[in-house]
Design a protein around this ligand. Structure first.
Ligand SMILES: NC(=O)C1=CN([C@@H]2O[C@H](COP(=O)(O)OP(=O)(O)OC[C@H]3O[C@@H](n4cnc5c(N)ncnc54)[C@H](O)[C@@H]3O)[C@@H](O)[C@H]2O)C=CC1
Ligand SMILES: O=C([O-])CC(=O)C(=O)O
Length: 261
């Protein structure tokens, strides 16, 4: 299997290593113009490019956040290629969502939405068929997991005095837009359940937390669901959970299986 990867950060490095150890071949790394050397320093002699051009890998994996999906998604899907993404929050932008959908329909590509750092989305998606009354997502991370996010505008993350503090309460659409590096899970819950505007999100910085804790609570015709995961941070980035990288690897490997979840 030939795999192209967008990005060369903590998740991209994990995904690349794991896929190579499963026998996949990295055929291309997509980086921003001017950052080719930085990408090459992570991936050695894998060719680095700034656009997909006419390359035909079996699958492309977006590990570069919202900017990666918005920069490369249209061309990749428009070229009829499958694209696995972790940047689900970018779809809170209704215009980008519509343009990616159109490019995939016209070009024959498919955008695979990774479950990322959270789980339980299979049950939530099934429950949506019968009708959901409410869906809530609560994200709780240690203070360093929120560095570089709008949490810094309302909290002093270095001086929380042992107390957990809420820094966002609102819709999944606002969470996804405001926290592009932290609220892709909120977007995943929204897309699996009742959408970006109806999904309620609370984000918490918790000095007592030793993991990235994600919870879903949902009610509907199916009954009631509660899901909670304590995910360890990925080596190299305290904002990202290791499971997010693992889920992208899973999504790529699933493509070669004849029996699929
Ligand atoms: N769905 C989920 O559960 C999760 C999603 N994520 C998303 O994955 C992203 C990456 O996470 P990490 O690897 O931990 O972050 P990171 O900061 O270590 O790496 C991000 C990489 O993307 C590159 N990049 C940015 N814009 C780009 C573009 N237009 N084209 C090519 N490369 C570009 C950066 O240079 C950097 O190498 C996060 O920003 C977040 O949006 C992260 C964790 C969980
Ligand atoms: O990795 C996590 O714990 C969640 C995250 O950053 C995101 O959803 O963007």
């Amino acid at each position: 299997m030939q795999v192209a990867i967008i990005g060369y950060g903590a998740i991209a490095a994990y995904v690349g290593r794991a896929l190579e150890s499963e026998g996949a071949q990295l055929s291309m790394i997509l980086a921003r113009a001017g950052r080719e050397d930085a990408a090459a320093s992570v991936f050695g002699d894998v060719p680095v490019a700034t656009g997909i051009g006419d390359a035909r890998p079996d699958v492309v994996v977006d590990c570069a956040g919202h900017g990666g999906l918005s920069a490369h998604g249209l061309a990749i899907l428009g070229n009829g290629l499958p694209l696995v993404t972790l940047s689900l929050g970018a779809l809170a932008d209704a215009d980008l969502h519509a343009r990616l959908t159109q490019a995939a329909r016209e070009g024959g590509g498919v955008l695979h939405l990774c479950s990322g750092a959270i789980g339980g989305l299979d049950a939530l998606r099934a429950a949506a068929i019968g009708g959901l009354d409410s869906v809530t997502y609560v994200g709780r991370k240690p203070p360093q997991g929120w560095v570089g996010s709008p949490a810094e505008k309302v909290l002093d993350l270095g001086a929380l005095d042992g107390r957990a503090a809420v820094h966002f309460d609102g819709s999944a659409r606002d969470a996804a837009r405001l926290y592009p590096k932290n609220a892709n899970v909120a977007a995943a819950v929204a897309l699996a359940g009742i959408g970006f505007d109806a999904t309620a999100v609370t984000l918490i910085a918790d000095p007592e937390a030793t993991a990235n804790i994600h919870e879903i609570h949902a009610k509907g015709a199916f009954g009631e669901l509660s899901f909670r995961i304590e995910g360890q941070a990925l080596e190299g980035n305290p904002r990202s959970s290791a499971l997010a990288a693992m889920s992208a690897v899973r999504a790529v490997l699933d493509r070669r299986d004849v029996m699929r979840f």
